[in-house]
Design a protein around this ligand. Structure first.
Ligand code: ADP
Ligand code: MG
Length: 618
């Protein structure tokens, strides 16, 4: 029988390969940008028309190709980047498969003009559907210019699958970002339909991010910097308020290559856990440097997925590094309460303390309990002075975010004029914030960058919630004995629920005893809870607890702590005195997670001066 197997002609084989490499115009942009970077370009110009459907041109000032290399560059498996299989384990370049130009040449009209520094003239090669139409000498500077026209002109089915211009352009911009961010030392121009979309001068990473994403990230990026034996983590995370409702600016780069990795994404997201609402996506631009021998970039033809040898250890480092940045830089909207006026002069002989996480371990909410009971006990819970001062210091330091620059990481300027001993100025600073109440609902205070608006109820819930959680952990809640304990009766269903919770309530300072089938007696309760009839109070606590468990999926302790906080917190409509508002502000920022209420809502917002100006100038 006659043999039926045949070798496919090159043009067909290339077209098949192109199916994997070139999905859309953005894939061409990615491959060509990467080639320019591999060629050590210092300036790259990207020119696109009709979202890349009619034209993609990339001009670089890299090392170029001589006549012979130029002809070879469009052959399949022709690469200058690896020589043997061993090299696969030490890949430092973007490309190595030698497939991109062959694939693009198979499905478009391609012109490559290139000149090395040693050559006097450039050569130009014209290819159409793998067919070389001509090669000739040409004029031109050292470097390479590649023009791709009419993508998919010979594969109409694929051309029809392209999306609208705005969608395809979005993909191109995404690829452009992924290449331009880690290669911040290279200058980029990007034109679309003759309009200059991006002009990115060579810069440092922070500057590059601001140039791409806009000044909105100014003051809102905190650096990562962790070195271990097997990975170096650098880059930036965005402050919690830069988190997005849709997956937005999330970038991992491994050895400068953009990658997607759900596992590592989780490492970052979970470090932000208490700071951003559950449904939000943290902003990050994280660079990982690892030994190329410990990764496999070969598992996907377009190489956005890679395999790490020690993925779990890298997860742990990324998670810890993110947490460290969050803690160190006290990530927050910049909340310096116009304190600068009252700062002491710089002192040269005091060491500068590095930023740290300022939770107050000695915080004892009951220390001032002997003081006169206030209507809602807010000021009675004032943390004692030293922890308060540290809270303020942390506050003040949060303004350091403004000063972050790659260059001045080690000693933000504002710290130099601040020290732990400056108690007096802290007190003054405290008075300076001069809060007022708005609509019996919000606490408003002027801060340097604008207007701070705190939701009184949510903020107080956060404060009390953290306090109750601590009490449950320590198993000692303080309480006041009731002078005339009264029996009360609950429904059989509530009685069952309550009976299960008596121990935990006791740890929270709420002493309830079972007297009969559905009869209970309340003998003592924490000072924070409102003066309500015991039956009403307990029913309301149980109601909140049930909701918290069902809706927020909280475990028993968290749900109970929250139920207590919800009942004890100031309500909307409640008038607050100045000192009470000050206390709420102080205590809120002494919390571990000041920005989010225990049920996941924002406790505060800042209207920036720039926003106010914008409104006024409208
Ligand atoms: P790969 O990048 O995987 O090697 P490509 O098909 O993208 O494969 O490119 C083939 C070869 O052409 C490269 O290995 C390189 O030698 C050369 N080349 C491609 N683009 C450029 C460029 N812009 N400047 C210099 N050489 C280039
Ligand atoms: Mg390549």
């Amino acid at each position: 029988m006659e043999s039926i197997i045949q070798l496919l002609p090159d043009a067909v084989a290339n077209q098949i390969a192109a199916g994997e490499v070139v999905q859309r115009p953005a894939s061409v942009v990615k491959e060509l940008l990467e080639n320019a970077i591999d060629a050590e370009a210092t300036q790259i110009k990207l020119i696109v028309k009709n979202a890349g459907k009619s034209l993609i041109q990339i001009i670089d000032d890299g090392k170029g190709m001589n006549e012979t290399d130029l002809r070879l560059s469009i052959e399949r498996h022709a690469t200058s980047k690896i020589k043997s299989a061993d090299d696969l384990f030490y890949i430092k370049s973007f490309g190595f498969r030698g497939e991109a130009l062959a694939s693009i040449a198979a499905i478009a009209q391609l012109e490559i003009k290139s000149r090395t520094k040693d050559d006097e003239v450039a050569s130009s090669l014209i290819v159409e559907a793998t067919d070389v139409k001509g090669q000739e000498y040409a004029q031109g500077p050292p470097g390479t210019s590649i023009t791709v026209q009419n993508l998919f002109f010979n594969t109409p089915a694929r051309r029809r699958f392209l999306k609208s211009d705005p969608v395809e352009l979005r993909h191109i911009i995404d690829e452009f970002h992924r290449v331009a961010i880690p290669n911040f030392h290279i200058g980029f121009y990007f034109y679309h339909n003759d309009e200059l979309l991006f002009q990115l001068p060579p810069a440092n990473l922070k500057q590059r991010l601001l140039n791409i994403f806009g000044k909105k990230y100014n003051h809102k990026l905190a650096p990562l910097n962790t070195h271990t034996d097997f990975v170096k983590v650098t880059g930036f995370i965005g402050t919690p308020d830069t988190a997005k409702k849709t997956r937005g600016e999330q970038f991992f780069f491994v050895n400068n290559r953009f990658i997607k990795n759900a596992y590592l994404n989780h490492a970052v997201q979970s470090a932000f856990e208490a700071l951003i609402p559950k449904s939000s996506y943290a902003t990050y631009f994280i660079m990982l440097d690892v030994d190329p021998a410990t990764i496999d970039v070969n598992i996907h033809p377009t190489k956005t997925e890679i395999k790490f040898q020690n993925e779990r250890s890298i997860y742990a480092v990324v998670n810890a590094s993110t947490k460290e940045a969050i803690g160190k830089h006290n990530l927050s909207p910049s909340l310096d309460f116009e304190t600068e006026m009252s700062m002491p002069p710089p002192s040269s002989n005091r060491g500068i303390e590095p930023p740290g996480v300022y939770v107050n371990p000695e915080f004892n909410p009951f220390e001032n309990k002997t003081s006169q009971k206030k209507s809602n006990n807010i000021t009675a819970q004032q943390p004692h002075k030293s922890s308060l001062n540290r809270g303020w210091e942390a506050f003040f330091k949060s303004s350091n975010l403004n000063a972050f620059d790659d260059a001045d990481l080690e000693a933000p300027k504002s710290q130099q004029i601040f020290s732990l001993e400056s108690e007096k100025s802290n007190e003054e600073a405290k008075d300076n914030k001069n809060p007022f109440q708005l609509s019996k609902q919000f606490i408003v205070s002027s801060i340097k960058s604008g207007l701070l608006i705190i939701d009184q109820k949510k903020a107080h819930e956060r404060i009390l919630y953290e306090k109750f959680i601590k009490q449950l952990a320590l198993k000692k809640g303080l309480s006041q004995t009731e002078l005339f304990p009264q029996n009360f009766e609950l429904s059989p269903a509530d009685s069952d629920v309550l009976s299960e919770l008596l121990d935990e309530f006791k740890q929270l300072g709420l002493h309830i005893h079972r007297m009969g089938q559905n009869i209970f007696n309340l003998t003592a309760k924490p000072i924070d809870l409102p003066d309500e009839e015991p039956k009403q109070l307990v029913e309301s606590l149980l109601e909140c607890h049930k909701n918290n468990q069902a809706e927020l999926m909280l475990d028993k302790n968290k749900s109970l702590a929250l139920a207590m906080a919800q009942n004890a917190a100031v309500k909307y409509g409640q008038l607050l005195q100045k000192d009470e508002m000050s206390s709420i502000i102080d205590m809120l920022f002494a919390c571990e997670s000041p920005y989010i209420s225990p049920s996941g809502k924002s406790t505060l917002t800042v209207i920036g001066n720039d926003e106010i100006l914008k409104r006024l100038n409208q």
